[in-house]
Write a protein that binds this ligand. Structure first.
Ligand code: 1AE
Length: 409
């Protein structure tokens, strides 16, 4: 529909008249009151009035309390809000987010609203282009043990990760500006290690350095990092807000991919009754705001998100959306090589396999950790079961990984 943004909600209540509730949302979040308005004013206000598009009530078969809900769809006229995400989100789910058991499930923005958002500057294909890798899933490694370590240690960790054949290395999201590994020095040290590793492996690599600091200094910090050699950024989007990501991704001087970290997302999506669905929070909104890669908890590892929600996040990052580039899905947390066949089965090849502990915790060391993943990816793409691949000469890292973590099918 043109000229409106459509919000989908799921509201729970054992007794409520959901049609009445839907109408009160549509009116309350737009013109405030309707029936009380004089006719002349109604004609004037009509264009601002929210419209209930549908209310589908789910009456539970038993009388078990807490299971009655309705899916409510409401259209909000674009004329009511400026072309930015804070305005849209506050309109459709500002005060409403605190008004009983109600969750924002989805948002379809109008073509006109979307036109204010360039989306990911690189996106999935752009990241592949930068790395020169088009025929396989990418592999990302996460720094672990970073707080309290100095530059020499970080550089050593970086080098070992890079030797393992990973495509991207990301800072840990808890690494902030600090005297031991300040931003520019950290970038210089890590990019120097990247060059040394590339001389050995022949492989390009992106280093997503954590962009931190007060909001007013982020763009300047991003430019400092880029001037020091950074070729990607990591950003804790939800701690700052989607609009901050939008500002950064729209800034022409920040010409490197941005990887969105999901820190804080657990406060917003897991409840069936409150918050914002994972596919909207970590899918559509991240992409609209311009994330080139989006990390989110996988359905397999240590910080679990149900499979259905996971695949909905993936779809939101990849499906056609107002002509925006797609964002690379990065299912994460607790990933080890024995999970690679499952990841590729669920996500296909357009996925970034991402691991921290699953690389650094490898029994033969960090470099072997990356190699084990690459061997697992190659075997899976070739249709070779991991157990068979692990027996092949040269695949000792994969064998050791399987002995350590097993295979999950
Ligand atoms: C969902 C975010 C995952 C993340 O940032 C992280 O550090 C994962 O580490 P591992 O792979 O679980 O050790």
């Amino acid at each position: 529909m043109n000229g409106v943004c459509i919000a989908n909600y799921r509201a729970y209540d054992d007794k409520a008249d959901f049609n009445k509730k839907a109408l009160s949302i549509a009116v309350g979040l737009t013109v405030g009151s309707w029936t009380e308005l004089p006719e002349a004013q109604k004609a004037e206000m009509e264009k601002h009035l929210g419209k209930v598009l549908s209310v589908n009530t789910h009456e539970p078969a038993s009388v078990a309390p807490g299971e009655r809900y309705a899916d409510i769809k409401i259209a909000y006229p674009d004329i009511n809000f400026s072309r930015d995400l804070p305005a849209l989100l506050v309109t459709v789910f500002g005060k409403l987010s605190m008004d009983g058991k109600i969750k924002l499930m989805d948002l379809d923005v109008s073509e006109d609203f979307a036109s204010a958002f360039p989306g990911p500057k690189f996106g999935l294909n752009g990241v592949r282009e930068l790395l020169g890798v088009h025929d396989r899933p990418l592999l990302m490694s996460i720094f672990k043990s970073v707080v309290g370590y100095d530059l020499a240690n970080l550089q050593d960790q970086f080098y070992k990760q890079a030797l393992g054949g990973v495509d991207l290395i990301k800072d840990d999201e808890i690494l902030f500006e600090n005297p031991l590994t300040p931003l520019e020095k950290r970038v210089e040290a890590c990019m120097e290690a990247a060059r040394r590793a590339e001389a050995e492996t022949g492989q390009k690599l992106l280093y997503a350095v954590n962009l931190t600091g007060p909001t007013s200094q982020l763009a300047a910090n991003a430019r400092k990092a880029i001037d020091a050699g950074a070729n990607a950024l990591l950003f804790n989007v939800l701690a700052y807000g989607f609009d901050v990501l939008h500002e950064l991704s729209s800034d022409k001087s920040i010409h490197v991919p941005i990887a969105a970290h999901p820190a804080m997302a657990g406060a917003m999506y897991p409840s069936p009754h409150y918050g914002i669905s994972a596919s909207l929070l970590l899918g559509k909104l991240m992409r609209l705001a311009g994330a080139d890669l989006v990390l989110f908890p996988s359905p397999y590892g240590s910080v679990v998100m149900p499979k259905e929600e996971n695949l909905a996040v993936k779809d939101a990052l990849l499906a056609p959306m107002h002509g925006l580039r797609s964002s690379f899905p990065v299912p994460s947390a607790g990933i080890h090589p024995g999970l690679v066949p499952l990841i590729l089965k669920d996500f296909g090849t357009d996925v970034v396999v991402n691991a921290g502990g699953g690389i650094h915790g490898h029994p033969m060391g960090t470099a072997a950790g990356g190699q084990a993943f690459r061997q697992a990816i190659a075997a899976t793409l070739a249709g070779v079961p991991l157990r068979d691949a692990a027996e092949q000469a040269g695949n000792e890292p994969l064998q050791a990984a399987i002995q350590a973590w097993g295979i999950k099918e």
